[in-house]
Design a protein around this ligand. Structure first.
Ligand SMILES: [Zn+2]
Length: 701
């Protein structure tokens, strides 16, 4: 129907020739893509109008052109946003910001087309499709309905007005957090106020003091002055290492009261956001914002989330209480005033001292045991064993965007290529954004000639680059991150689903998408896997057993306190959005304090207005979804425990379980509901026991 995009640069097929995509060429060529896709969209609408008149609803006729336009947009904008993340420059950033509104506009046009919506409804109502096709259709239809498409004109006007207002409020919310964070500072001049801080932190604080005071003199990290501020690196370091309890208290109080007063007051904003969200969910026919949010997630119902969080809360609370008592005891034995108990601003500090004494683990010193090449070898060997695949280096086979980028093929057990991936491993602050992620380069599909297109993934990390003749020596955290992203990649690359809308990570519910990635992280703590990888890059010596044990102990150190904190966030988020009768007429802060009674072991102080900085739910996409972190952790721990039950030492059993994992979780993607997929693998519904065990949470009274 619609013509293929005739554009030398944006060919929308195959691997992008990255070197050709310069800010100038993108600026010149991308608007043509938008223009072409706009035409395609109009043609689709004309065509769908005809279908609606004739009443001849067929899958291929409707879904192929829709998929094509979405895929063309994804491919084209995908290259631009990928390069914006990994090969950034001032010019590219400008071009990106320039083009983004056009992309959003086109996306909204497609997502809010009444003709498309009616055609999809017609397709669903007049056919009896299999589960996968039904899932794809239901999701498309529900997404469109959640943007207000099926409302009558009055309600739609109201809905759109509310949406706009919600957008403004969340922008205002995050600006307030930012402004309040930047506004507060203390200039420290007394040596005693910075005692205990590592040199790199002192240096960071001395440099910001110099900039702040506009001093000409040289920075002396040892002499000061030092600027104490609320940005996360400074805040965390100071709370962890500073011996000055009084300043820690000041800093803590400033931190937890951010954006709760004066010009940056988020309290009324929170109230308005919550009220508007409630209205929006009612307009769309849901009882609450949480019901709306969960309608597209694996958890499905508020009660399911409450139940899972409560199952974790009980042991986490008991463990946290013990950890706190232990911390008090340790502090009292080491000079802390016996008539006092440790407070929130003491936790990090005493935890770090206790960690040092108990574990004596120096993560930096372990790096020589984790050179990238060996870590990759170990990861690939594990994948061979578990999933019966072969990962082979294929550098030079594909165009790349930076010479550090590696390229690999994945072969099946008959030696046939089934997918490929890029790995961009090293940190490059000058042109690459931080963090780690997996993204789709090519989706499993068919090209215009009907040939199979194999999936290709981008795996991007930000680990320590090679230097001074040393290879990239990874921290244990960096190793886990690589395993994590590879897990996402596996789900994208090992998919067997032919419908691109449900292949790989597509159509996988938001709270289930971290299952394969967190699952892979578990293997970093598997004795065989880790000791197989960890060899000293110079001497070839194996990682000493005691270091392995320390890493395992570190995993569960003060896990009760950390887990309880996450649960406090998750439960608060859920209940604020659940429209519960017991909370009617109460302010958000009051509700939070009631929840805190059994989700914190140190009661929040009066100054603590943490909701005012809870950007995840008031300015990000996590509202009524913060629980997802724990939900996915439960799934991945439970999946891993099937391998433990099969006995990690028994290769034959591990292989059989690995095959099962591959044939279900990794293959089926979003073609079935995540619960069905999980049950196909595990033989039953997920349970919380394994996570409780892995985190070392106590179930005893
Ligand atoms: Zn992830």
């Amino acid at each position: 129907m619609s013509k293929r995009i005739e554009n030398e640069l944006f060919i929308c097929e195959g691997l992008p020739d990255f070197k050709k995509f310069t800010p100038e060429s993108i600026q010149n060529e991308f608007p043509k893509v938008i223009k072409q896709l706009d035409k395609d969209f109009n043609n689709i609408e004309i065509f769908f109008k005809q279908i609606l008149q004739e009443g001849s609803f067929e899958w291929e006729k409707i879904m192929l052109p829709l998929n094509k336009i979405n895929e063309d947009l994804r491919w084209s904008w995908g290259v631009v946003s990928h390069l914006n993340s990994v090969n950034n420059s001032e010019n590219l950033r400008k071009v990106y910001a320039n083009l983004l509104p056009q992309v959003i506009k086109l996306g909204n046009k497609i997502g809010q087309s009444k003709l498309i919506y009616q055609t999809l409804k017609g397709l669903k109502d007049t056919n009896n499709f299999d589960k996968t096709k039904n899932r794809i259709l239901n999701k498309e239809i529900l997404d469109m309905e959640h943007s207000g498409i099926s409302l009558d004109i009055d309600l739609q006007t109201k809905f759109n007005r509310n949406s706009e207002r919600l957008g403004e409020l969340s922008t205002k919310f995050s600006n307030n957090v930012l402004d309040a964070t930047n506004k507060w500072f203390l200039i420290l001049e007394d040596q005693s106020q910075v005692e205990g801080l590592p040199e790199r932190v002192l240096e960071m604080m001395a440099i910001s003091a110099k900039t702040h005071l506009k001093k000409e003199s040289q920075v002396d990290p040892m002499k000061g002055p030092w600027k104490l501020s609320l940005d996360i690196p400074t805040y965390t370091a100071f709370m962890t290492y500073s011996k000055d309890r009084h300043t820690r208290e000041k800093l803590y109080k400033a931190f937890v009261s951010r954006a709760s007063k004066d010009d940056e007051n988020n309290i009324p904003i929170i109230q308005e956001i919550l009220e508007l969200r409630q209205k929006q969910s009612n307009i769309l026919g849901y009882k609450s914002w949480a019901d709306l949010s969960l309608s597209t997630k694996m958890a499905n119902e508020i009660n399911n989330v409450e139940k899972l969080l409560e199952e974790l809360r009980e042991p986490a609370y008991k463990t946290a209480e013990k950890e706190l008592a232990n911390l008090n005891k340790f502090a009292h034995e080491n000079g802390f005033n016996k008539n006092e108990k440790i407070e929130s601003w003491d936790i990090n500090y005493w935890s770090e001292l206790l960690r040092k004494e108990k574990l004596n683990l120096d993560q930096e010193a372990l790096r020589p045991w984790f050179p990238l090449e060996d870590v990759l070898k170990g990861l690939f060997k594990l994948s061979e064993k578990l999933f019966d695949i072969n990962v082979v280096e294929a550098n030079g086979e594909a165009p790349i965007w930076n010479e550090d980028v590696l390229f690999f093929n994945i072969l099946n057990n008959e030696g046939n290529k089934i997918s490929s991936f890029y790995l961009d491993p090293f940190s490059r602050p000058e042109n690459k954004r931080g963090g780690a992620w997996m993204d789709e380069c090519l989706n499993k599909s068919r090209d215009k000639a009907g040939n199979k297109v194999l999936p290709v993934a981008y795996l991007v990390c930000n680990q320590t680059p090679p230097s001074n003749g040393k290879p990239s020596l990874m921290s244990f955290d960096e190793v886990q991150t690589l395993f994590h992203e590879f897990g996402h990649g596996l789900q994208h690359m090992l998919t067997t689903i032919e419908h691109p809308q449900a292949a790989g990570i597509n159509n996988v519910e938001w709270d289930a998408v971290e299952l394969p990635s967190q699952f892979m992280e578990n293997w970093c703590y598997d004795r065989n896997t880790l000791l197989n990888i960890a060899k000293h890059w110079e001497t070839g010596e194996k990682l000493p057993e005691e270091d392995y044990i320390k890493l395992c102990k570190n995993r569960t150190f003060n896990c009760g306190i950390a887990t309880l904190r996450q649960l406090h966030f998750a439960i608060t988020d859920l209940r604020l959005h659940s429209n519960k009768s017991e909370y009617k007429g109460k302010e958000a802060d009051q509700i939070r304090r009631e929840i805190a009674q059994n989700t914190t072991v140190i009661e929040p102080i009066d100054e603590d207005k943490f909701l005012c900085c809870f950007s995840h739910i008031f300015a990000g996409g996590y509202s009524a979804g913060y629980y997802s972190y724990k939900w996915a952790e439960v799934l991945s721990a439970d999946a891993f425990s099937m391998f433990e039950e099969a006995n990690l030492e028994n290769t034959k059993n591990v292989k059989a379980t690995g095959k099962r994992f591959k044939d279900t979780v990794l293959s089926l993607g979003g073609s079935l509901s995540p619960l069905e997929v999980f049950k196909l693998f595990r033989g039953r519904e997920p349970k919380t026991d394994s996570l409780i065990k892995h985190l070392g949470l106590s179930t005893a009274n």
